[in-house]
Design a protein around this ligand. Structure first.
Ligand SMILES: *[C@@H]1O[C@H](CO)[C@@H](O)[C@H](O)[C@H]1NC(C)=O
Ligand SMILES: *[C@@H]1O[C@H](CO)[C@@H](O)[C@H](O)[C@H]1NC(C)=O
Ligand SMILES: *[C@@H]1O[C@H](CO)[C@@H](O)[C@H](O)[C@H]1NC(C)=O
Length: 234
């Protein structure tokens, strides 16, 4: 992995009307998805055998509880204060939060929210900072958030200490897998700017690709040779 290495979570909430919403949650090590939030069962799905890093089951249960509360409280607050926040149904709220590692040390942590794809608020230096694009509503939301010191401390702790500790453990747990990869990024006009990153196991896949190209080629040559011999003998 190229440095800096990052771990971040993404949450996309779509609010259709006052009683209908959909939440998508995921966790990412750089470009590689490692976790999914299953909103039906309100649990974390670990996409790789090493996605648990070195966190214990108790710690995962605590995090799951924290995310469950976050999902409920935030949704409830958005529905209740939709006009105060200057949001309108239907709308999409995005949140991304995580940390970055450089030379074994925390080199940055972040939490940003967006409304309809535009920056709304960010978390800097242990405080909520409104984006100019969020207007007065984002200012009010940050003001309310910043009054709660416990909230600020908890978020700061999550995106710096917990995230860094998790990222270090994740890199260690996934070391064998991550070192075996030479990933490949596919850019194509049909993907509409969304690159696809393919990860593969070095030896196996190169072998498979060679096999997939060479075998049909050999068959073609053999067929052609047989066909020529048949024609010549006639
Ligand atoms: C809310 O939106 C959903 C999905 O579009 C729709 O099925 C449902 O009837 C709507 N409910 C109300 C109360 O408008
Ligand atoms: C961060 O906040 C502290 C305390 O509020 C302040 O002293 C410091 O100057 C701030 N740093 C930046 C980069 O804004
Ligand atoms: C996991 O690994 C990190 C980095 O090596 C370490 O700081 C941490 O104490 C370990 N254990 C837990 C439960 O986080």
């Amino acid at each position: 992995f190229e440095e800096p290495v990052s771990f971040h979570v993404i949450k996309i909430s779509s609010f259709y009307n006052h009683s209908w919403e959909r939440n998508l949650g995921s966790g990412w090590l750089g470009d590689l998805q490692t976790h999914t939030w299953d909103s039906k069962s309100s649990t974390i799905i670990f996409l790789w055998p090493w996605s648990r890093g070195n966190f214990s089951n108790e710690e995962w249960m605590e995090l799951e509880t924290l995310f469950r509360i976050h999902f409920i409280v935030v949704s409830e607050a958005i529905h209740r204060r939709i006009s105060e926040l200057a949001f309108q149904y239907p709308c999409e709220i995005q949140l991304t939060a995580g940390c970055e590692l450089h030379s074994g040390k925390l080199s940055g942590s972040f939490l940003r929210t967006a409304y309809q794809g535009l920056d709304y608020t960010s978390f800097q230096n242990n405080s909520c900072v409104p984006s100019p694009l969020g207007g007065d509503a984002a200012k009010r939301a940050c003001k309310a958030f910043n009054q709660d010191q416990r909230n600020k401390d908890e978020i700061h702790h999550l995106v710096s200490d917990t995230c860094l500790r998790f990222l270090l453990g994740l890199l260690d747990a996934g070391k064998a897998y991550l070192q075996r990869q030479l990933s490949c990024r596919v850019k194509h006009s049909s993907l509409e700017g969304q690159d696809i990153v393919l990860y593969w196991e070095h030896h196996n896949s190169v072998g498979l690709i060679i096999l997939a190209v060479i075998v049909p080629l050999l068959l073609l040559i053999v067929c052609l040779a047989l066909w020529f011999r048949k024609r010549c003998s006639h």
